[in-house]
Design a protein around this ligand. Structure first.
Ligand code: ADP
Ligand code: MG
Length: 384
């Protein structure tokens, strides 16, 4: 697969702070060469071409719409130049920083972005707090499209990040077809975290002997019924898990979300359904009651952004004054190739970088930007 080789990013941009280094990519702030002031863009270099092409093709399909990063440049097969965001959602959730009406705004923006992905018949496959970014204007952006694949496709590996994988993926000993329901479970985890600001929900932190499946079974009980019983690997699972009665998830959520109204519990419950086909779509949830009762979603997140910038002492970089990348300029062979190449993936091992998102960038562009939050291990599932 060939794409137009544009100038290398080094010809055009000078990089400054490394925000993230993982197994499959590195992300750093950058600015146009010889321009004054702070870095205005972010350069992401992927190391695996199929992941990278998957990501580029997905951005092409998403066409610079609201809930996705603006793309300013695509350099060769591996490098994308994006608008620079303020932080990811994991970093944003400092105690008491985001108020209930702002949480609802965030939830709505997130559901709208997820719905846009699903409308394109794509499944993200790695929805998590660190793959959701926040701009300096309070616009939520879903990012990291390396693992995307078509709905109803059959990848050769189950991928995703610990703490965001649904039961069926953890129980099944063979790969399951990829459907929206995979993202919808992860969306339930995201909404729970947005409302409760409990970053550790379903994320086992070391030292911890529990495996993910043990933790999920302890929290939700042992799933039963025809769907689960037909999964490969279920009999072995059932042998040890049957002593954990199937829990009433609603009762648990009421308990875990005791500071919240039933409307918010309803919203999360509609996604954290054990049966994949029972999970509501992102579109349906955008009309959930929670968004029409007090406190109504805030109109914007300007105040939350101000509080975050004060708390972290960051300043806003100047806007990047350049045209968005014109995806039509990509080589036609490249453009024609189908989307969602994640249908035949080999499993990778964890992406293990700490994320930082410019939280300590200042006007001189100095400082470290590593997140204090715990590392998450993820797997990419696109064929290398
Ligand atoms: N445009 C951006 N602005 C600010 N930070 C970003 C941007 N893109 C990525 N990051 C930071 O880099 C991290 C990793 O980016 P991501 O695209 O998820 O890479 P990977 O595919 O390796 O997981 C994100 O969690 C975020 O903290
Ligand atoms: Mg990521």
């Amino acid at each position: 697969m060939s794409i137009v080789l544009r100038t290398s990013p080094e010809d055009k941009y000078e990089t400054s702070i490394e925000l993230y280094k993982g197994k499959y990519s590195s992300v750093c702030t950058a600015k146009l060469k010889n321009s004054p002031g702070e870095s205005t863009v972010v350069i992401k270099r992927n190391t695996v071409s199929n992941y990278s092409l998957n990501e580029i093709k997905t951005y092409k399909q998403l066409n610079n719409s609201e809930q996705f990063l603006k793309v300013y440049d695509v350099c060769g097969k591996y490098t994308l130049v994006f608008e620079r965001c303020m932080c990811n959602l994991e970093d944003l959730f400092m105690p008491q920083l985001v108020y209930p009406e702002e949480q609802k705004n965030l939830a709505l923006q997130f559901l709208s972005g997820l719905n846009a992905i699903h409308q394109k018949k794509l499944v993200h496959r790695d929805i998590k707090m660190r793959n959701i970014l926040m701009t300096y204007d309070g616009i939520l952006k879903i990012c990291d499209f390396e693992s995307v694949c078509d709905n109803d496709s059959f990848p050769t590996s189950n991928i995703g990040t610990r703490g965001y994988k649904p039961f069926e993926i953890l129980i099944s000993t063979s790969t399951l077809p990829v459907t929206y329901s995979l993202d919808l479970w992860a969306a339930g985890v995201i909404l729970f975290k947005i409302f409760t600001q409990n970053r550790k929900f379903l994320t086992p932190s070391p030292p911890c002997d529990e495996t993910d499946i043990q933790m999920m079974t302890r929290m939700f009980g042992c799933p039963t019924g025809p769907y689960y019983e037909s999964l490969p690997g279920y009999p072995e699972y059932y042998k040890w898990a049957s002593s954990y009665k199937k829990n009433n998830i609603r009762e648990n959520l009421v308990d875990w979300m005791s500071a919240h109204t039933m409307c918010e519990v309803d919203l999360v419950e509609k996604l954290l359904q054990l049966e994949p086909s029972a999970r509501c779509t992102a579109f349906e949830l955008m009309n959930a009651q929670s968004f029409f009762v007090q406190p109504l979603p805030s109109v914007n997140l300007k105040e939350a952004i101000k509080r975050y910038m004060q708390a972290t002492k960051i300043t806003r970089p100047p806007p990047h004054k350049a045209e968005l990348f014109d995806f039509k300029t990509l080589n036609p062979n490249y453009s024609k190739s189908s989307s969602g190449t994640g249908t035949s993936g080999t499993s990778g091992t964890g992406t293990s970088g700490t994320s930082g998102t410019g939280t300590s960038g200042n006007s001189s562009g100095s400082g470290t930007s590593k997140s204090s939050s715990q590392q998450e291990s993820g797997q990419k599932g696109v064929k290398k």
